[in-house]
Design a protein around this ligand. Structure first.
Ligand code: NAP
Length: 309
């Protein structure tokens, strides 16, 4: 197949799966990589690497030169300041969209946003994702675009949720607060398949789509814990962690991160994301537009994740 994709974030969890599976499906990939990136997730996979960064306009121009589509997966969930998230998402997207919109013919443009963008008031991460989406809409300049808003994406190699799932597999679940929030989930292969479907469907409308694993109404933490317990045939003990205790830790961590200049995961903003009662999403529009349907239910996804990680 003569179809070349410019990919950002290829050294990360989602981007590496995108690269691996799209190369297998016959696409050519040219991928952005930083001098400091660890490319080992893609060893043995045929990728044309373009050295640079979202901050380096020349590298972005080289990345998108002559491609049929841009898939923008680079990002960060950790961070302490509004500036940090703005630099990665808002400024990064703006530079990439402008570089792509200079091309003749115009490539198509796909941005991996997040379900968090639905609630921009909840966190700095959510706000920056929402702003980045707006930058695409305002600057696409005739370039066909789509924004995907995945919920929690999991699979082998994921780093933020996997430690919690591993503890569940050992028989201990840490439950934040009452554990009454509901959230959708998505196995990484299903996200990649949604991207592949969009790449092959020139008629997909330019819009924002939510996507999840097809389980209506999402999950509670108890659903996830029970599923891991069933898979391991083991009783899982729940340790309820009080919101006040974690909020105190998060405040300390944010203070330390700003002082010692590291990018923290646990911050008061992350707590607000975790406390938000409804991160359930809906596939209807994406399925109608592209024919994509998810294939991997939670139990199978967790089985693969625990076996392969
Ligand atoms: N994982 C989830 O559950 C989830 C859910 C919804 C949405 N998302 C979104 O999906 C995207 C990918 O997430 P992920 O879990 O795959 O993250 P990840 O594993 O942390 O990977 C992030 C990728 O972005 C690259 N990157 C970061 N800053 C960059 C910069 N300034 N210039 C160039 N590359 C840069 C990283 O490069 P290095 O290797 O050099 O660090 C890495 O390749 C993010 O935008 C995230 O918000 C993730």
């Amino acid at each position: 197949m003569d179809y070349t994709i410019a990919l950002t974030g290829a050294t990360g969890f989602i981007g590496s799966m995108v690269a691996r599976q799209l190369v297998t499906a016959g696409f050519k990939i040219q991928a952005l990589t930083r001098a400091t990136s660890d490319r080992s997730r893609l060893s043995g996979i045929s990728v044309h690497w373009v050295e640079g960064a979202l901050e380096d306009v020349d590298s972005l121009r080289r990345l998108v030169n002559g491609v049929d589509a841009v898939v923008h997966c680079a990002g960060a969930v950790r961070g302490a300041t509004r500036d940090h998230f703005k630099r990665i998402y808002v400024d990064g997207v703006a530079r990439l969209v402008h570089a792509a919109a200079e091309q003749h013919p115009l490539p198509r443009f796909l941005f991996i946003s997040s379900l968090a963008a639905r609630q921009p008031d909840v966190s700095l991460y959510a706000a920056s994702k929402r702003q980045a989406e707006a930058v695409i809409v305002e600057n696409a300049d005739g370039m066909p675009w789509v924004v995907l808003r995945p919920p929690a994406v999991y699979g082998p190699g994921e780093r933020e949720m996997l430690p919690l799932i591993r503890w569940m597999a050992r028989g201990i679940a840490f439950v934040f607060g009452s554990g009454n929030t509901r959230f959708s989930m998505l196995y990484v292969d299903d996200l990649v398949e949604a991207i592949r479907k969009w790449l092959l469907d020139e008629n997909c409308p330019c819009r924002v789509f939510e996507l999840h694993d097809g389980h209506p109404g999402g999950y509670s933490w108890k659903d996830v814990i029970d599923t891991v317990g069933r898979l391991n045939a083991k009783r899982v003990r729940c340790l309820h962690v009080p919101v006040s205790a974690v909020t105190g830790l998060a405040k300390l961590n944010l203070f330390a991160a700003r002082m010692f200049r590291y990018e923290p995961m646990l911050t008061p903003y992350k707590i607000r994301e975790l406390k938000h009662p409804d991160w359930v999403c809906d596939n209807t529009a994406l399925t109608q537009a592209t024919g994509w349907t998810p294939e991997v239910p939670l139990e199978e996804g967790l089985r693969r994740t625990l076996a392969l990680s």
